[in-house]
Ligand binder design. Structure first.
Ligand code: SAH
Length: 208
């Protein structure tokens, strides 16, 4: 998987490559799909949600440019696979999920891999703001569900020098966007590939 789908497509951050070699993807998919866990595609994880295609996970992770010291926020824990990569690449990870059974299963998977630097939270998204304000600012924020626009509340939770990676577009197709908050507070927005995520639900996303 890592050679054919990740390195061959241009992911070059050695730490990201090593983390993808180390973290077993089959642990995070439903048992019925374990044999397909290293294929080049998204897979169902229950509750009508999906674990993203490995390449997109690698690309988003590379765009966060993690060095090991960062405090990271993830919106959309899902299976916990992306969370596990972040946990092995950064100092501390905070991850929010709206569907309780997914969060509980992700916790078990992360514990089984002894990734104890992760805090999970189950959001009650109805009308509540996105993010994790009490723990902000974050050096990196990743949203793994498609948003209609960049939730500016997340920019407020980003530290200076921090990066936000988020898919933005319609509920069926998005573009991956990286926003860098410079040391002076100004924002630089870098668009990247087209992608297809399940929708971000709630005040800053789509209706459930
Ligand atoms: N990173 C995940 C991808 C999961 S799919 C993985 O590697 O498996 C996106 C997830 O975002 C879904 O589990 C969905 O329930 C969750 N989600 C959608 N809107 C959300 C919101 N407002 N807050 C938290 N989680 C949300």
């Amino acid at each position: 998987m890592v050679q054919d789908q990740i390195i061959a497509r241009g992911i070059s951050d050695r730490r990201v490559i090593d983390a993808m070699i180390k973290i077993p993807r089959h642990v995070f998919v439903e048992e019925a799909f374990a044999a397909q866990a290293y294929n080049d595609k998204a897979l169902p994880i229950g509750e009508k949600q999906t674990i993203s295609q490995p390449y997109i996970v690698a690309l988003m992770t590379e765009k966060l440019a993690l060095t090991g010291t960062e405090k990271v926020l993830e919106i959309g824990t899902g299976s916990g696979y992306q969370t596990a990569l972040l946990a092995s690449l950064a100092d501390r990870v905070y991850s929010a999920e709206r569907i309780r059974p997914l969060a509980l299963r992700a916790r078990k998977c992360l514990d089984s891999l002894k990734l104890f630097n992760v805090q999970l939270r189950i959001n009650d998204v109805e009308g509540s703001p996105i993010g994790w304000e009490e723990e902000s600012p974050f050096d990196a924020i990743i949203v793994t569900a498609g948003a209609p626009e960049v939730p500016y509340i997340l920019i407020d939770q980003l530290s200076r020098g921090g990066r936000l990676v988020i898919p933005v577009g319609s509920d069926s197709s998005q573009q991956l966007i990286t926003i860098v908050k410079e040391a002076d507070g100004s924002l630089v927005q870098v668009p990247s590939v087209e992608c297809r995520f399940v929708p971000l639900i709630g005040k800053h996303g789509w209706q459930a």
